[in-house]
Design a protein around this ligand. Sequence first.
Ligand code: ZN
Ligand code: ZN
Length: 365
Amino acid sequence: MRTMKAAVLYDYNTPMVIEEVQLDEPGTGEVLVKMTASGVCRSDLHVLKGEWQSPLPTILGHEAAGRVESVGPGVTRVAPGDPVVLSFKPHCGYCEYCMSGRPHLCAGLGGPAGTLPGGHIRLSKDGNPIYHFARTASFAEYAVIHESSAVRIGPETSLELDALVGCPVTTGVGAVLNTAAVRPGSTVAVIGCGGVGLNVIQGARFAGASRIIAVDISQEKLEFAERFGATDTIDAREEDTVPTIRKLTGGGVDYAFEVLGSGETVRTAFEAVRTGGTAIAVGMAAVGEYARIDAYLLAAQEKTLKGCFYGSARTHIDMPRYIALAEAGKLDLDSLVTRRYPLAEINEAYAALDRGDVGRGLIVF
Ligand SMILES: [Zn+2]
Ligand SMILES: [Zn+2]
C-alpha cells in the first residue's frame, strides 16, 4: 500500500479535496501507473454537478498518460517503465463485442460502477473505500488500472500531450474515422467545439472532408475551431443553424456530429444532414435526456442516426496510430492544450471548463 496525493470528490456540487489517500498494490491482471498528466473533461464535470450519479467518495479523471510503475501477477503486456495511455474502457478480449472488433462495447468484464473489473477497489482513505471513476481515477499521483486499460505507446513521445489521446482525440477522431467512416470530399458539420469537437474537426480534415462547418455559441471557440480545419463557422446565437447549413451545402451535410450532449443538438444534427445522410451523437448527455426527431423524415429521407461511444475505439490499435499521426504533423495535439494546472488547482480548472474557456486544460503531475 502506498500513500499519495489525490483529488477526492465527497459530494456533488462541492469542491474536490486535495489530500493524501491510500492505494493498494496492483492485483492479478492489474497495473500501477505513475501519472504524468490528466485532461480536464466535461464527463467529470457531469459527475461534479450530479448530472451523472457515481458512487461517492470518488476520484475523477479518465483521460491520462503516465508510466508503468509496477505490475500485478499475470500481467504480460506491459512492464515497469513503459509509457501508457489510460483507456477508460477495459475489455476482456473474448466476448462477442471484443471478438467482432468492437472492444469499446465489451460486455465481458464485471463489477459495479466505481470499481475495477472484478469489483475490486484499490483506493481508500483511513480504511474507508474511495471509488475509481471510469475505472481510471486519474486525478491522483498513481492509479491502479486493469491491464487492458494500459495502452502501451512508443517511447519517443510527449506523455503530457498523449493524455489527450485517452479521451478527446480518440473520441473525436474515432467518431470520424471509425463510427462514421467519412469519405474524402464529404461535407461535415460539427455542433459543439470543445475538446472533442475540435478533434472531430481535425479528424474530418484528415479524412479529406471538403467542407467542415463548425457550430457553437462562442465566437472564441469558433475562431479556435478554424485553426483545426473548420472551413465555415456558424454562431448559433446569431444564425439559425439548420437553414444556414442547408444554404451553405445545397440541402444539408453528408455527416453531422453532435458533440455537446443534449437532445436539442442531436435533433439539430439530424435535421442538418441531407437525404441519405448520417447524424452521429458523440456528446455524452445527462442521463434521461431525450432527443425528438421527425420519425417520418427518418424513413422518407433514409437518414441514419448513430451513437458513438469512445470513437468506436480499438484502443490498442487506434491510440498508437493517433499518436503517430500527431508526430507526423497530421493531427495537432499541442494547440488543444490551452492551460496547464498543478493538481492543487483542479477546482479552478473545472470552473474554467464550466465557464466555456477554449481548448483543453491539463492537470500536470
Ligand atoms: Zn473525457
Ligand atoms: Zn469483451
